[in-house]
Design a protein around this ligand. Structure first.
Ligand code: SF4
Length: 257
């Protein structure tokens, strides 16, 4: 089965009292590369003359991985209309379940929303919106997209906007749902700092050092505040941001020491 179905050629070899499974290192790499744990790295294996020798339990895990890859390669399977219709109730309930789960995970992983983490640009836009001061279209868009990407849903965002004296429920509701992707299916990403600067709505101050986007600013501040609590905010968006965060973290640890 391993060889015919999974293309994994294996042989049993006697090793004292034990029987090991011997496979070519290329087969090992092909199937073990998706297993991230250190003990699975090639240099940690019993490698002799191009063959990896595995205990049976470990080989069984490798088979599992080969099978998973094989199933994934064959997906998606073609499903005709008749089958889709027969399963329509089940499909609907799975889609709804996944959507509910997605929302729950999203809310939990964002952590508690707090104005304390807001960057100066977004705080200014929110304050102006709530005071009924005219905010340019790009500002309204940036604020809404930003709020949705730090964990607020459409109702939460509308609740914040309702404080404005010129709040119009139907217009605001349409705009918010549109930006969140409920109408078009496209959820808009909040702009980066450079785009905010281009539109003249960046209010950069010292706290913005090494920040590439308002969203990153928010999560960096949140992570700092929650570092002790064990809660996890979403990871940085880019490699540069990850590097910046690591350096920031190291600096903080050094300062704390
Ligand atoms: S630098 Fe970025 S986060 Fe800071 S105010 Fe400007 S746009 Fe906002």
């Amino acid at each position: 089965m391993a060889e015919e179905e999974l293309g994994l050629k294996a042989e049993l070899v006697e090793e004292g009292e034990e029987e090991l499974v011997s496979i070519h290192f290329s087969d090992y790499l092909k199937n073990a590369s998706s297993i991230r744990h250190k003990p699975w790295k090639l240099h940690n294996q019993d490698l002799r003359d191009g063959y990896v020798h595995l205990r049976k339990g470990k080989f069984a895990r490798l088979l599992q991985e080969a099978l998973r890859q094989r199933i994934e390669e064959e997906l998606p399977l073609e499903v005709n209309e008749a089958i889709l219709e027969q399963l329509s109730d089940e499909i609907e309930s799975v889609v709804e379940g996944v959507e509910r789960l997605r929302e729950t995970i999203q809310k939990e992983s964002y952590g508690e929303f707090s104005l304390d983490y807001m960057p100066p640009c977004m705080l200014d836009l929110l304050t102006k919106t709530q005071q009924g001061v005219n905010v340019p279209h790009m500002g309204r868009f940036a604020l809404t997209a930003f709020l949705s990407h730090v964990g607020l849903d459409a109702d939460d965002i509308l609740q914040l906007f309702r404080a404005s004296s010129d709040f119009k429920e139907s217009i605001a509701s349409y705009q918010v749902h549109h930006i969140l992707g409920d109408i078009s299916g496209t959820r808009y990403t909040p702009p980066s700092c450079s785009t905010m600067q281009t539109y003249g709505i960046c209010l950069k101050d010292k706290s913005c050092e090494r920040v590439g986007s308002p969203r990153y600013y928010y999560f960096r501040k949140q992570r700092r505040a929650e570092r002790q609590s064990g809660r996890q905010a979403p990871p940085p968006e880019t490699e540069a941001e990850t590097e910046a965060e690591t350096e920031e973290g190291e600096k903080e640890v050094a300062e704390d020491a």
